[in-house]
Ligand binder design. Structure first.
Ligand code: NAD
Ligand code: DAU
Length: 351
């Protein structure tokens, strides 16, 4: 038995691969294009581990995907590969359409062709697990209930529109061709190996460098935060026991305003790495808002709890402390991801 993971050198994908191989001997073939967000260093502990095969390549390369499926004969595809950053999608939506929409289409077609060659038992057991986001549901008002799986899709950014499109393709490939798919829609993740263009790692990295902590608009936008290994355990639960054709929302019941997240990060750094210049909160700087900025996301995770008994293991308090500590313990990782490409992005976004 083998699984094919796409995007396994990114933030969530690498956490998933590491977690998977900590808990199982089932091999992983990891297909990743190593864009700016892919980092093989995340997987350094697997060097020489025969259970992990890394392949540098694009999910949009049909011949490559066909070859990998034929050679490794996986029982499942777990599809993380995507362009994932909302701000980048606003500056340049093309790459999001290419990977998230066209790439997912190519992967689905390759999976469908491969699945069609399997014997009955293997066909029934095969899964295409599509990893998606809560952003497809749009933005909640303060009084709205959290997103359930039955909420209509109302994506607002080029990123969320591209993910919504990919979710629809996955749904259609099940409905029309019978491909055994499951989709998970998860809220904001945080934890080790998170690329420092996203809110939490950016705040940690900037604070330690004595740089401004850029808070968009009034900082009162709400996100529902989940520690990354809890997302990974949710995916494993759905892959193992989720009903074919269904979607499952995954979230941590942790709604927080951005400004409170930033203040929490500052308070933890004040405790763990005090600055002689005073609290890191002095660096908080309100900047121009993100265009089309969604005000609030929140996940109703009762379906995955009820059907599969999944619950997050971390609270926000335990998860954020571990995360800040991880960045303090890995300055060399941070230094290396701050490559030329990343510096160019910071200049473009923040001036
Ligand atoms: P990430 O940007 O950190 O990693 C994406 C990975 O995909 C990188 O390793 C990159 O090299 C790879 N990749 C990009 N284009 C590719 C292509 N064409 N072919 C092969 N590989 C390619 O993203 P992430 O935060 O780890 O997110 C992973 C998945 O989870 C995405 O599908 C995202 O939409 C979804 N998601 C993310 C979050 C979150 O909070 N980060 C929450 C819910 C869902
Ligand atoms: O909800 C799940 C989504 O969470 C995933 O699908 C995306 O891939 C992931 O990037 C994330 O999207 P967000 O846009 O919510 O994450 P980001 O870290 O970019 O921003 C979190 C919030 O913080 C958002 O309201 C914007 C705000 N923000 C972000 C940055 C980078 C700031 O105020 N300042 C910043 O500099």
């Amino acid at each position: 038995m083998t699984i094919l993971v796409t995007g396994g050198a990114g933030f969530i994908g690498s956490n998933f691969v590491l977690d998977w191989l900590r808990q199982s001997d089932e091999p992983v073939v990891n297909l990743d294009a190593l864009t700016y967000a892919g980092n093989l260093e995340n997987l350094a502990s697997l060097q020489g581990d025969a259970r992990h095969t890394f392949v540098k390549g694009d999910i949009g390369d049909r011949a490559l995907v066909d070859r990998l499926l034929a050679e490794h004969r996986p029982r499942a595809v777990v599809h993380f590969a995507a362009e994932s950053h909302v701000d980048r999608s606003i500056h340049g939506p093309g790459a999001f359409m290419k990977t998230n929409v066209e790439g997912t289409f190519t992967l689905l077609e390759a999976a469908r062709a491969y699945w069609g060659t399997l014997a009955d038992d293997a066909r029934a057991g095969f899964r295409f697990h599509h990893v998606s986001t809560d952003e497809v549901y749009g933005s909640l008002k303060p009084e709205d209930p959290p997103f359930a799986e039955t909420n209509p899709y109302e994506p607002n950014s080029p990123y969320s529109a591209s993910k919504a499109a990919s979710d629809h393709l996955v749904r259609a490939w099940h409905h029309t061709y019978g491909l055994p798919v499951v989709t998970t829609n998860c809220s904001n993740n945080y934890g080790p190996y998170h690329f420092p263009e996203k809110l939490i790692p950016l705040m940690i990295v900037n604070a330690l460098a004595g740089k401004p902590l850029p808070v968009y608009g009034d900082g009162q936008q709400i996100r529902d935060w989940l520690y990354v290994t809890d997302h990974c355990s949710g995916i494993r639960a759905v892959l193992a026991g989720g009903r074919v054709g269904e979607t499952y929302n995954i979230g941590g019941w942790n709604e927080k305003a951005n400004i409170d997240i930033v203040k929490t990060v500052c308070a933890l750094l004040d405790e763990l790495r005090p600055s002689p210049e005073g609290s890191y909160a002095r660096l908080i700087t309100y900047v121009k808002d993100r265009p089309g900025h969604d005000r609030r996301y929140a996940i109703d995770a009762r379906k995955i709890e009820r059907e599969l008994g999944w619950r997050p293991a971390e609270t926000f308090e335990t998860g954020i402390r571990k995360t800040v500590q991880w960045y303090l313990d890995h300055p060399e990782w941070v230094a290396r991801v701050q490559s030329g490409a990343y510096r160019e992005w910071l200049d473009k976004q923040y001036g």
